[in-house]
Design a protein around this ligand. Structure first.
Ligand code: SAM
Ligand code: DTB
Ligand code: SF4
Length: 330
């Protein structure tokens, strides 16, 4: 009885309207809250906008793996690092559609296609547009992450039926130069602008655990939460340390720091779906559950991310069952 009253009181509070004027000071103060206070705030806001038992399920496929000319220090697909990931050609349309059918059958509602490019060439974009059309015809939401886009490329993807485009800011503007030198923070913001202008939903977040300071996490969230519109989807990745990349020896991240980042993303971007993204393979079930309690409501589902392992469907189904959580309806 008491529980029911508290729960309905939490849910029925007037929703906090999204704000786009977050300051670093305010975001710093959120990170500094006692953990129980931060979690309470995050849960209150989460329940105003979402059913806390629902998780959006996306499946990732690397449609073009390895051989990338960029120097992103975390990435196993950069040609310049010796990571054991070989450069492959773009997959055929049929092979991609077979994977999409399998993902749908396994319960995914969105299919995300990733390519290890700095930016797509026009010839490649023709192929991706055909994939987007085909995947959409299967009744799946479509997402792509292909590197930088100009306005015209974004419009072409929109015409082919692309629902979401993933392009991460990765970290704060200050720390960015330590991680990537082959393109600028402004390049990233310009691509996000092109995606938004084309009317495609934006999927944009970053990575925690790359040796950044707390202030860098504050700066990353500030940049995301003060965009003219919040990204509809905000992936928060925990660095997957891959042998051969410059970040392979990074210190292990304290899981509570990851959970706090999720909670602050939830509070500052209340209407966005926050994805507990890469890094689950190295996370306990309990840490993942804390992420859901902190407001994460999306995961990548399937045994592989792009090139690195992800918990298998059996393990994820078992976790969802234990927590009484269910897939989000589209
Ligand atoms: N090449 C395109 C690009 O960089 O925009 C698309 C693919 S790229 C692999 C997509 C995102 O995956 C990156 O922006 C980064 O946030 C994330 N990512 C890549 N490697 C990662 C790793 N080792 N750990 C965590 N996240 C990673
Ligand atoms: C995102 O934020 N994380 C995903 C997806 N968007 C494209 C990628 C994670 C990649 C992890 C390293 C790998 O598997 O290669
Ligand atoms: Fe290339 Fe994307 Fe990897 Fe950077 S993150 S090296 S752009 S595939």
């Amino acid at each position: 009885m008491t529980l029911a009253i508290q729960s309905s009181a939490l849910a029925s509070a007037a929703p906090d309207a999204p704000r786009y004027d977050w300051t670093r000071e305010e975001i710093r103060a959120l990170f500094a809250l006692p953990f129980p206070e931060l979690m309470f705030k995050a849960q209150r806001i989460h329940r105003q906008h979402f059913d806390p038992a629902e998780v959006q399920i996306s499946t990732l496929l690397s449609i073009k793996t390895g051989g990338c000319p960029e120097d992103c220090a975390y990435c196993p697909q950069a040609a310049r690092y010796d990571t054991g990931v070989d450069a492959e050609k773009i997959m055929s349309l049929d092979a991609v559609l077979a994977e999409a059918r399998a993902a749908k059958h396994a319960g995914a509602s969105r299919f995300c296609m990733g390519a290890a490019w700095r930016e797509p060439k026009d010839r490649d974009l023709d192929k991706v547009c055909a994939m987007v059309e085909g995947v959409r015809a299967l009744g799946l939401e479509t997402c792509a992450t292909l590197g930088m886009l100009n306005d015209n490329q974004a419009r072409r993807l929109k015409s082919s039926g692309l629902d979401y485009y993933n392009h991460n800011l990765d970290t704060s503007p200050e720390y960015y130069g330590q991680i990537i030198s082959t393109r600028t923070y402004k390049d990233r913001l310009d691509t996000l602008g092109a995606v938004r202008a084309a009317g495609i939903h934006v999927c944009c977040g970053g990575i925690v655990g790359m040796g950044e300071t707390l202030e860098d996490r504050v700066g990353m969230i500030e940049t995301l939460a003060t965009l003219p519109e919040h990204p509809e989807s905000v992936p928060i990745n925990m660095l997957v340390r891959v042998e051969g990349t410059p970040l392979s020896d990074q210190a292990t991240l304290d899981p509570f720091d990851f959970v706090r980042t999720i909670a602050v993303a939830r509070i500052t971007m209340p209407e966005s779906v926050v994805r507990l993204s890469a890094g689950r393979e190295d996370m306990s079930e309990q840490t993942q559950a804390l992420c859901f309690l902190a407001g994460a409501n999306s995961i990548f589902y399937g045994p592989k991310l792009l090139t690195t392992p992800n918990p298998g469907p059996d393990r994820d189904r078992a976790l969802m069952d234990k927590l009484g959580m269910v897939p989000m309806e589209r």
